[in-house]
Design a protein around this ligand. Structure first.
Ligand SMILES: [Zn+2]
Length: 84
């Protein structure tokens, strides 16, 4: 897997980013816009914005914008690991 230093520059990403004003949907803190906002690549790996399915795909959630939000990679991972 290639390591990206920037979030995906897609219309969907920009729409969600604007809607959330650059904040994580799970913890509410600001997300970095690029690797170069942070001192270390390791931080970027944890804090980079990622797409989160509000209703998990495993539970039948769609890939449509109304089922997606942006969250830190670490928050997304934490949520994904939660057993419900
Ligand atoms: Zn977060």
């Amino acid at each position: 897997m290639s390591q990206s230093f920037r979030p995906p520059d897609t219309e969907l990403f920009r729409t969600l980013w604007a809607r959330q004003e650059g904040c994580c949907a799970l913890c509410g803190l600001a997300m970095p816009e690029s690797r170069f906002d942070l001192a270390h690549a390791a931080l970027w790996k944890k804090q980079r914005p990622t797409f989160d399915h509000i209703r998990p795909r495993a539970a039948g959630g769609s890939d449509k914008p109304d089922n997606l939000q942006l969250a830190h990679a670490a928050c997304n991972k934490r949520k994904g690991a939660r057993v419900e």
